[in-house]
Design a protein around this ligand. Structure first.
Ligand SMILES: [Zn+2]
Ligand SMILES: [Zn+2]
Length: 425
């Protein structure tokens, strides 16, 4: 039996056994569904189901590799052209996928190989550091740390933006672990559902902070003095000032490292020293909030903007922009299995979110690792050039190299087979 057939059967057994636990999305009959089968990497979409029961039968019958439903509601979701579908509205969807941004752990577990020269290495790169070519083969991996970063982005999104700035009600938010590299958040409020793509783009800009003009927030130079932002102004101004205060209250070595960090601020050591010399005065000034003349030696408008840009990047949300803007996107169906990991797409209530750890979940109902087994092992051969360490439920497997023959627990074997980096022997 081919490995794809084997995985297909396993997925079928899961859908059969767990069908009662698979949640039903809201406004079910107005959603469009999409599937990617095991045989071919093509999306079959424009499918509608009259009831969850029919969907479950479909899942048991076909047990596809990937299962999606639309954020949009249509009067006729099964009609293939967008016009004929009769679009009604769309949830606001935010997708946080660590594939799209830097996390320090990538230096440990993301591997790359240059196809133009012999170079190889670890970490997140766009082009080869040796020959500058961009023909790179990459192998991205996951670990607790990057999934934690993704989780933190969702927390920022909820507590720094959705609740205070948009007044979003907790009951309208649906959080889900994507089954691989991150989380989705769906907001199902009537107000946000009405927004068109342009308005969604504005929301995305606001959430990322990417296009903020600091002059609009009050930064400027008058009579050779720098006038800074005020924390009395709600929105971004206030967020920035709160973050600056928070940073200034950290221990000095921590502030120094942060300011020197090339991934965040990247200031030179002299400027950092100058900043630290004035840090207490600056903190006093901004916490009183009386005047906002910012005076630190070496800091003209350019360096203040650089500092503020770094602060904005710390506050803004690392989201996958097209997912939030495009109203015809499909997202993974809750309770379905992710064909590249064998993990379950897991919905999590906000009250359970703080404690949730996808790779080490102790609450069985929330555990995405549905094929977990202590006793059953499976023999595999590694087909990928090299694999980093995989750490799931506290146990480490690997690193491995091509041709290695290994015997690992069932759930690790499923993960490696789904990833396409090993084959059954
Ligand atoms: Zn190269
Ligand atoms: Zn990681």
């Amino acid at each position: 039996m081919s490995d794809n057939k084997f995985l297909n059967r396993l997925f079928r057994a899961y859908y059969q056994e767990k069908q009662k636990e698979i949640p039903e999305v809201s406004s079910f009959e107005f959603r469009e569904f999409g599937f990617i089968p095991w045989e071919k990497q093509i999306m079959i979409r424009h499918i509608g189901f009259e009831s969850q029961k029919i969907l479950l039968n479909y899942l048991i019958d076909r047990s596809p590799k990937h299962v999606y439903s639309s954020g949009s509601l249509y009067l006729q979701p099964e009609v293939p052209d967008m016009e004929g579908k009769k679009y009604q509205s769309c949830d606001l969807i935010v997708d946080i996928d660590v594939d799209h941004f830097y996390t320090p752990c990538k230096d440990e577990h993301d591997l790359w190989y240059c196809n133009s020269c012999e170079a190889k290495g670890t970490g997140m790169i766009e082009k080869c550091p040796e020959c500058e070519q961009s023909k790179i083969t990459k192998l991205n991996w996951i670990c607790d740390k990057c999934l934690d970063v993704a989780k933190n982005e969702i927390k920022k999104l909820i507590y720094d933006f959705l609740i205070p700035d948009f007044g979003t009600d907790e009951k309208d938010m649906r959080i889900a672990f994507s089954g691989h590299r991150g989380y989705h958040l769906k907001v199902e409020s009537e107000e946000l559902r009405k927004l068109n793509s342009d308005e969604r783009r504005e929301i995305v800009d606001y959430l990322t902070g990417e296009n903020i003009a600091f002059e609009v927030l009050g930064l400027g130079e008058k009579s050779l003095m720098i006038h800074g932002l005020s924390k009395e102004n709600v929105g971004w101004s206030q967020k920035i000032m709160k973050k600056i205060e928070e940073i200034l209250r950290k221990p000095e070595t921590e502030i120094r490292n942060l300011l020197l960090d090339k991934n965040i601020f990247g200031f030179n050591p002299n400027l950092v020293t100058s900043f630290l010399n004035s840090k207490n005065d600056f903190l006093e000034l901004i916490s009183k909030g009386e005047r906002n003349v910012w005076a630190i030696e070496g800091f003209g408008l350019t360096n203040w903007k650089k500092l503020l840009r770094g602060i904005v990047n710390l506050i803004g949300i690392e989201l996958d922009e097209p997912v939030s803007i495009d109203i015809h996107r499909l997202i993974r169906y809750p309770g379905s299995l992710h064909g590249k990991t064998g993990f379950k797409v897991q919905e999590i209530a906000l009250t359970e979110f703080e404690e949730f750890t996808p790779l080490n979940e102790v609450n069985e109902k929330l555990d995405p690792i549905v094929f977990y087994s202590k006793n059953i092992n499976k023999k595999l051969e590694i087909v990928e050039r090299a694999l980093p360490v995989t750490k799931i439920k506290g146990a480490k497997f690997g690193p491995y190299e091509q041709g290695d023959k290994i015997e690992v627990p069932h759930h690790i074997a499923i993960f490696l087979l789904c990833k396409g980096v090993a084959k059954t022997i």
